[in-house]
Design a binder for this molecule. Structure first.
Ligand code: ADP
Ligand code: MG
Length: 693
């Protein structure tokens, strides 16, 4: 249960004064509907409204704040003209102009002879100073009403900064004094204020430095958020470790047989990660491990070898891929090898129906099938195993912690391995997969040819098409990837269709099209044709991003490459690294190209190391973009910024481990305070989901 001290923060913002239904909607769309959401909405700028130079030194176009005396009013002659008020300071006159404003309210606000402090933008017309609609007007005897330094927030249309500031003032007043959850020594050494003060300071920046994520107050808040995240992950991880699992250690006979039929020797990295995975499988607790390996690093064999542990024990294993195409591809590879060693496999996807499906389901139930290959949908279906002991989830970087936990609750004390080909920067592994053990294949099989990557403007598309024609004539196959437009499938599709039609005019019937809006069966049919070489040039949206394997395709053209994430480009490029032939990738960009975009494309040109690319991507774009965190169930951060707060994250991770070591039940006074922290950042849910499952 959420501690009652936090209730005011979790109230809806319409509980604050001056916010009605309409405004509530707008503000919610901007930052969320709870008071706490408002508080996490950090300012992005400041406006200095401290009185500055005399009017005689005011500059055209600049903000001016100062005290003036009202000289006279000049009401408009017609409705079209503005209402003018002449004011002055000791040095110069200034004309205030108001359009469509009633004289009444202006005579009240600016009685002749009164002293006012005003703030607004100065314009100089014919040598005369003017200010249209001052932003602030306060009486000279209440100067404190003028915000000296106005905090500016990111806004949305319909929400003014003044209004948001008003709400924020109230929200900040509602923040209770909370028990300190941070370690005393850390607070001292960092000179961090307490939470409430930090929040207040973060919303009252005094200069530009205060707006930076490195500012003291912001660091404290970022640390709080990171600690909440790391602590919740550590709690889940600790509980998993305590859960009884099975010891999946067989006699090694099947594994040996497999190694004997493999046409290659395992790489050192493959051997190491197999051993790491087995150290969990052989132990009597539930495994939950992340396996990272770049495209082509050979994860499938690792998956199969470790699945054989379950089979040797007389149990079953399942591997799930995110799409039917990928499931099929796994099934082909795995089945071919398994046939040679007498292990029974089956493929089960949504498109396998009727009698065939029935047969597979029965065979699963009576244990005739050792290894099942399928799509993620498997687990939502009515599929029952005789004795499922090990589940591998492939390429599932779009799932969050909650969904993973959901998978691991299925089966019979299942060991779970998550495999991903998305190179994830180290910091993101910690924040998104901190509940799991971690293995990494950091070596590619020998003999891989490098991909030559060229970067060129879209204006050279004709030259590219000509070169492509030569390549296709030589028998090469190629991908043509169309850009992502505003993350909308519909617009993507029209761009891809257009490109498909124009390429068809040049290359005729050897051009194919594949996109996300096609039915699975349609996509499969196109992929089959591409694999079989009937399609030579495949125009695609990013549906080919994950996994599909066509060794003869060694050329890839990516249109508007500047619109893709680096990790995504890397994934795409990985599609042409499958064979043993040299391959080439052409990244075409549109104008204008920003400096950042240019350096990003250059990284792609210079490196094929997915991990390096991912780290650079993080540095340039921030973590949310890389993993598509916004669209997924991933932990997202309001205050912490992974491209800046790396050190804080590492400290928080250590801190969390230490806390649980000393106070596993969070029962000490600090432990109690930390519980409040978990609720404050809504990390309680993750722990609860886990318990409920
Ligand atoms: P990914 O990690 O992208 O899933 P795969 O498992 O599909 O990679 O392997 C890519 C290709 O490399 C496959 O054709 C596979 O047979 C081959 N392969 C895997 N391991 C080795 C190895 N140790 N030596 C040579 N080739 C290998
Ligand atoms: Mg794979």
């Amino acid at each position: 249960m959420r501690p009652s001290v936090l209730y005011p923060l979790f109230a809806q913002i319409d509980a604050l004064n001056g916010i009605g239904q309409k405004y509530m909607k707008l503000v919610s769309s901007l930052c969320g509907s709870k008071v706490v959401d408002l508080l996490w909405h950090m300012p992005s700028n400041i406006i200095d409204r401290r009185c500055g130079v005399p009017l005689s030194m005011a500059q055209n176009g600049q903000l001016w704040t100062g005290q003036v005396c009202v000289v006279e009013h000049a009401p408009p002659k017609t409705k079209k003209h503005p209402y003018r008020i002449v004011v002055k300071d000791a040095t110069e006159q200034l004309i205030l102009t108001f359009f469509k404003t009633y004289g009444d309210s202006l005579t009240k606000q600016f009685p002749v002879g009164a002293e006012r402090i005003i703030s607004g933008k100065i314009e100089i017309f014919n040598g005369m100073l003017q200010m249209a609609h001052p932003e602030y007007v306060v009486n000279a005897d209440t100067p404190e009403q003028m915000p000296q330094i106005e905090t500016i927030y990111p806004l949305t249309s319909g929400v003014t900064n003044k209004m948001l500031n008003k709400l924020m003032t109230q929200a900040l007043q509602n923040v209770p004094q909370l028990p300190e959850w941070l370690d005393e020594h850390l607070l001292k050494s960092q000179q961090w204020p307490d939470f409430r003060t930090a929040l207040w300071q973060a919303h009252h920046p005094q200069n530009m430095a205060d707006l930076q994520p490195q500012a003291t107050a912001r660091q404290r808040l970022a640390y709080d958020e990171l600690l909440a995240n790391q602590l919740s992950l550590a709690i889940v991880r600790g509980r998993l470790k305590k859960q009884k699992g099975r010891t999946l250690q067989g006699n090694g006979a099947l594994k040996q047989k497999l190694l004997n039929v493999l046409p290659f020797a395992l790489t050192g990295a493959q051997k190491r990660v197999v051993a790491e995975i087995e150290s969990d499988m052989f132990a009597p607790y539930k495994m939950s491990r992340l396996l990272q390996g770049d495209v082509g690093s050979g994860k499938t064999i690792v998956a199969l070898l470790t699945m054989l542990n379950a089979v040797e024990c007389g149990a079953q294993a399942a591997i799930m891929a995110p799409t039917e195409i990928l499931a099929q591809q796994h099934a082909e590879t795995i089945n071919e090898l398994c046939e040679k060693i007498g292990v029974k496999t089956a493929l089960l996807t949504g498109s396998i129906k009727g009698k065939k499906r029935q047969q597979i389901l029965e065979a699963l139930q009576n244990g005739e099938i050792d290894i099942l290959i399928g799509t993620h949908a498997l687990f939502t279906d009515d599929v029952t195993f005789k004795d499922l002991a090990y589940v591998i989830i492939d390429e599932q970087h779009r799932f969050g912690v909650q969904q993973r936990l959901h998978f691991s609750q299925k089966g019979n004390n299942c060991d779970v391995l998550v495999m991903t080909a998305t190179p994830i920067p180290r910091t993101l592994v910690l924040t998104q997969y901190g509940d799991m053990e971690y293995s990494k294949i950091d070596e590619l099989p020998a003999g891989r040819q490098p991909v030559t990557t060229t970067v060129m403007p879209l204006t050279k598309i004709h030259a590219v098409v000509e070169a492509l024609q030569r390549k296709l004539n030589e028998g090469t196959q190629a991908y043509w990837v169309c850009p992502l437009v505003e993350e909308s499938e519909k617009i993507d599709l029209s761009a891809a269709t257009e490109r498909y039609e124009s390429l068809q005019k040049i290359f005729g019937s050897s051009v194919g099209l594949i996109h996300g809006k096609m039915k699975e069966s349609e996509k499969d049919a196109v992929m089959e044709k591409f694999k079989a070489g009937q399609i030579k040039l495949l125009v695609a949206t990013t549906v080919i991003e994950v996994g599909v394997n066509v060794p003869a395709a060694t050329v890839m053209i990516i249109e508007h490459a500047e619109r893709f994430g680096l990790a995504q480009l890397h994934q795409l490029r990985g599609r042409i690294k499958r064979g043993f032939e040299a391959s080439s990738c052409i990244l075409m960009y549109g104008f204008p190209l920003s400096e950042v975009s240019r350096s990003r494309l250059n990284i792609m040109k210079q490196s094929e190391d997915g991990f390096l690319i991912a780290e650079e991507d993080l540095r340039l774009r921030g973590g949310g973009e890389i993993l598509g965190i916004r669209q997924s169930g991933f932990n997202s951060f309001h205050l912490a910024d992974m491209s800046v707060h790396t050190n804080l994250l590492l400290t928080a991770t250590k801190d969390a481990a230490l806390i649980l070591q000393q106070d596993p039940n969070l029962s000490s006074p600090r432990g109690q305070a930390l519980r409040t922290l978990l609720y404050l950042f809504e990390r309680d849910e993750m722990i609860r989901t886990y318990k409920a499952g």
